[in-house]
Design a protein around this ligand. Structure first.
Ligand SMILES: Cc1ncc(COP(=O)(O)O)c(C=O)c1O
Length: 388
């Protein structure tokens, strides 16, 4: 079978390998404590299910949706953005429904990247940015995120010839995998950089609702003038424990939204209408479920952070996301430490190097498991003599 050269350029998706590894361990009878994929273990709130049940049997629920999304869903998104960020969006032209934000992020480069074009991509980062830039024939230019720069890409040091060829700049705060956040000053710098250099700013805001200790993340669209240069991706996956439902949205610059919708309309036919209606119910319904979730995640974060720091690991306590970006002991690499945790303790984490070369020296913990299990993991680390 002759496959495309394109396929040679991309690795198997990070989590496919991790899921395979976990399946093998479970088969071998290992009681795995899984800090791997960031998939909430908490249930989707009942009122969202109720809406789904209510609309499921209506005749139109089973018909083709439009790839840009039902107007009622787009209106719900616009209302939610107004309420949450005080950002005004026109649901007709500035909102597009997505089959999960991964779908939109994956399709975007097809609308903006020609062979030889550059996308400025943080490293480490959510793998889709880099992989889908490559699939579109573009070249990722990586912007290291390090403890030294507070995990904020240094835009001032990008060479001029690279900026000239750049079409996209990806920004993701609160950040996966580092858990870092960005203040409005930094986000304003990103907007200015894109305005000055005619670059589309791609903001991935998947974790905006997961803030702790009174911290509420910002949308880049809050910054005056940002809409001229920004497309923002969001998702109901993490906010409402809906990862498997596959529903998200792209919002912002109408030209960018229209370009994405053109790609989508030729490839997919949109998200299942009943899911869009349930998604609208999530956005317009009671929001106390979000605060309840965050209370649980904050407690889990405290148990893991206190446990790891008591073992000598040194890192900043994240203010947002359900990730912890933990430096590995000096003698280890990301991969060797991941291996060690699995073999000695039955603990599954993700090697930081899987998110890009600047992720080397770290592992990522996702706190998508009960605090009792997290405490058990700390106990196993102690017993195995593992220290930071
Ligand atoms: C940074 C980031 N963006 C986007 C996504 C995609 O989320 P979804 O496709 O479920 O909306 C994820 C999922 O983990 C993520 O971590």
């Amino acid at each position: 079978m002759k496959k495309s050269h394109r396929l040679d350029k991309i690795p198997p998706y990070l989590f496919v390998k991790i899921e395979e590894k976990k399946a093998q361990l479970l088969k071998d009878g290992v009681d795995v404590i899984d800090f791997g994929i960031g998939d909430p273990d908490l249930p989707t709130p009942k009122h969202i299910f109720d809406k789904m049940h209510e609309v499921l049997e209506s005749p139109e629920a089973g018909q083709y949706p439009t790839s840009k999304g039902e107007f009622s869903f787009r209106q719900a998104v616009a209302n939610w953005y107004k309420k949450r960020f005080n950002v005004t969006l026109d649901p007709a032209t500035e909102v597009c429904a997505l089959i999960g934000s991964k779908e939109g992020l994956a399709h975007l480069p097809l609308a903006f990247i020609d062979p030889g074009d550059i996308a400025l991509i943080p490293d480490p980062s959510y793998p889709v940015y880099k992989i889908c830039t490559t699939l579109a024939g573009g070249e990722p230019y990586l912007l290291p995120l390090t403890a030294k720069n507070n995990f904020l890409a240094d835009l001032a040091n990008i060479p001029k010839d690279i900026i000239k060829k750049a079409k996209l700049l990806y920004v993701n705060y609160p950040n996966n995998p580092t858990g870092a956040v960005a203040d409005k000053d930094y986000l304003t710098k990103c907007v200015k950089f894109c305005q000055e250099n005619n670059i589309l700013l791609v903001s991935d805001l998947a974790y905006s609702e997961m803030g702790y200790d009174g911290y509420f993340p910002h949308s880049i669209l809050e910054i005056p003038g940002a809409k001229d240069v920004t497309i923002e991706f969001h998702s109901l996956s993490k906010t409402y424990n809906m990862t498997g439902w596959r529903i998200g949205m792209a919002v912002g610059n109408s030209e960018a939204i229209s370009a994405l919708a053109t790609i989508k309309s030729n490839i997919d036919s949109g998200a299942f209408k009943a899911i869009q209606m349930a998604g609208a119910a999530a956005l317009t319904g009671p929001q106390d479920c979000v605060a309840d979730n965050n209370k649980i995640f904050a407690e889990r974060r405290n148990v893991l952070y206190d446990g790891l720091t008591s073992l000598g690991f040194k890192f900043l306590k994240p203010q947002a996301t359900f990730y912890m970006w933990v430096p590995v002991p000096k003698a280890e690499t990301s991969a060797s430490f991941t291996e060690k945790l699995l073999e000695k303790c039955g603990i599954l984490v993700v090697p930081g190097s899987g998110y890009g070369s600047s992720g080397e020296g770290y592992v990522r913990f996702a706190i998508t498991l009960p605090k009792e299990r997290i405490a058990e993991a700390i106990g196993r680390l102690k017993e195995a003599g593992i220290t930071g």
